[in-house]
Design a binder for this molecule. Sequence first.
Ligand code: MTE
Ligand code: MO
Length: 299
Amino acid sequence: MLIRRSPDIRSSEITDESLYWRRRDWLASLGFGAAAVVMPRLAHAVSRQEETNTWDEVTGYNNFYEFGTGKDDPRKYAGTLRPYPWTVSVEGEVARPGRYDLAKLFGGLSWEERVYRFRCVEAWSMVVPWNGYPLREVIKRLEPTSNAKFVEFTTLYDPEQMPGQRRSILPWPYIEGLRMDEAMHPLTLLVTGVFGKVLPNQNGAPVRLIVPWKYGFKGIKSIVRIRFVEDQPVNTWKASASHEYGFYANVNPDVDHPRWSQATERRLGKLRRQPTLPFNGYADQVADLYRGMDLRVNY
Ligand SMILES: Nc1nc2c(c(=O)[nH]1)N[C@H]1C(S)=C(S)[C@@H](COP(=O)(O)O)O[C@H]1N2
Ligand SMILES: [Mo]
């Protein structure tokens, strides 16, 4: 993961949410580095330097079954999603439940203020400069109770905006979950952008999860509900194929998927496969979370 200082961020570029969304095309035209903010507290988390995948790869080869199962379906069909206005419902074991628009969810931060640059290798894999904000900062402000042991996330359910939901390829709506300590890890991001631009619909606009040391399916898109719970949530992929997908989904070259090896990966755009690293290369930062757990059982 790499966090980079932006060459310039002008106060004129800092705007409120609604204005920002009206200006998304304008913002998109600003391009690289237009909206990165460095938080010194996280600056130590720099690890690998890897070549970033291209905009076309990141936004043209996606998994978002709400828009079809083909890797090029989301780019073609996600135009029916309307990411603004958007609210997230905060529920469960928490002192501040309620409906939050994005500005409120992020404590009044403008979009530009919630962008960090992270590099994160995705499932198939990719190196993506996500722009996001640590989930922990959001959670702290919502004040979970001591009963909150897990956080559950839910994607929008609206077959009109998401035509793939008219078919029962997956149990809808899409659900993911994290243990509280995973959710509170500084690498866990609520992502609102990529390449310094607004998150395209096919990547999970307006807000999605990125957990850099886990497989792609933990990165739930277009989140409308965050629920603090006592029991481990039943995530969609585990619910639909529990022998293939577990709750933890930590990147683990030593544990094969029943139908394929997970020892190597092919970086999109590269010909040769490369070894997959435990915890996707973030072992130094996250292995402690799982000390004493059998990661062959808890996959
Ligand atoms: N709501 C929702 N979120 C989702 C998915 C999905 O089908 N629906 N697919 C997941 C999977 S399997 C992957 S690999 C990543 C892909 O994210 P990307 O398209 O931005 O690379 O999104 C995850 N989040
Ligand atoms: Mo995936």
